[in-house]
Design a binder for this molecule. Sequence first.
Ligand code: AMP
Ligand code: ZN
Ligand code: ZN
Length: 436
Amino acid sequence: MARPDSRALSARAVATLAGLLAAAALALAGCAASAPAQPAAAERQPVTILLSIDGFRADYLQRGASPTLARLAAGGVTAVMHPSFPSKTFPNHWTLVTGLRPDRHGIVANRMEVAERKAPFTLATDDPWWWNAAAPVWVDAERAGIRTAAMFWPGSNVAIGATPAEAGREAVLGTRPSDWVPYHQAVNDTQRVNMVLDWLRRPEAIRPRFVTLYFDKVDTAGHHHGPDSAQTLQAVAEVDRAIAALESGLKALGQPANLLVVSDHGMAATSSERVIALDGLLDPERYHLVEAGTFASLAPRPGAAEAVERALLAPHEHMQCWRKADIPARLRYGTNPRIQPILCLAQPGWLIQATAPRQAFSGGNHGYDNMAPEMNALFIANGPAFAVGRALPSFDNVDVYPLLRQLIGLPAAAGVDGSAAVFQGVLRSPAPAAPN
Ligand code: AMP
Ligand code: ZN
Ligand code: ZN
């Protein structure tokens, strides 16, 4: 959705972005004019590309609108992937690149509030404090001398590990991908693909070996028009064409790629006829609502805990609420201090709002139970590292990070929530180093 906070950019960031895109255009023009010979495919090592199509529900692949994805799936490995709870964009993109569930990596929601931070966390927050509980795969790669580049990814603009200067203490600089671009929805799909191809056109010493690429339009269409709309199918077709352009660009460069196409979550149809209004259950003065929608997170006002619990913890037809400590274990959510004292989760297709809707609406949303079929996410792996034509049983998205480490050539990480074991039977030999 076009959220104001997701578009917030400083003038400096816009200037940087404009400069980057201009440089990309120049590089393209220069290349067309002088057409330098590209090294033969055999000379190039495969690049690992992690490509996210936000909000691409697993079954969109079967709707006949994405021939490129269908071909990549048929020529590689595919599976239904389960997101982590909550099935929201930032928590799941951070899980994909850290191998940790949101409860552990700290990006527990798209919006967070804590007492020790004045400003809430929103989609525009690049304050490292929020992001420092986990290191994404590009941080370890950069520190190991493996160059990385991000054509958008939540957290890729954040200097991980940075600390501000304090009296008597120097600031510690953080790590970002060597190349990254400030997020802006207005950068179109073609520009995103061309930026990646430009990075790969560089001489080997400054060419990335790991790249992220992100497309938002399928999620946006899903929110506005619902998962079963012609507009969402149209967005799927457009992103599919952008991926075809990426493929042919890679081919023209002679650049082999291990391509992982994933999504962060699915999409469920919502409607103004399926709304649970909190003010019908409880006096709004008694609690502070941090987030509402597919789930609600809230804190009782001082002295109101008992009344809030009495009203919310009672059974409700299309919603269930828990004290933070009682959230079911299968959601693996509830120990992080950033999680509010009460979580209410709507049945897929229902929404929890502070008040009843004033206007009729229909559309789509996500954030529900991560095992709900409507939240199923996409996974396709294609490239020299992968077997051809293999379907895997469904797995959790925490498993992508260990696979990424293996593809990039990083040692297996200890203590993460996922494992690359599920992929070992579909990696081609000679496979990249197996995890410990
Ligand atoms: P949501 O549907 O609320 O979970 O979040 C999806 C929204 O996140 C999309 O509309 C994107 O525009 C926005 N978004 C995705 N990546 C970024 C980013 N790196 N920075 C800021 N906003 C982003
Ligand atoms: Zn998303
Ligand atoms: Zn969304």
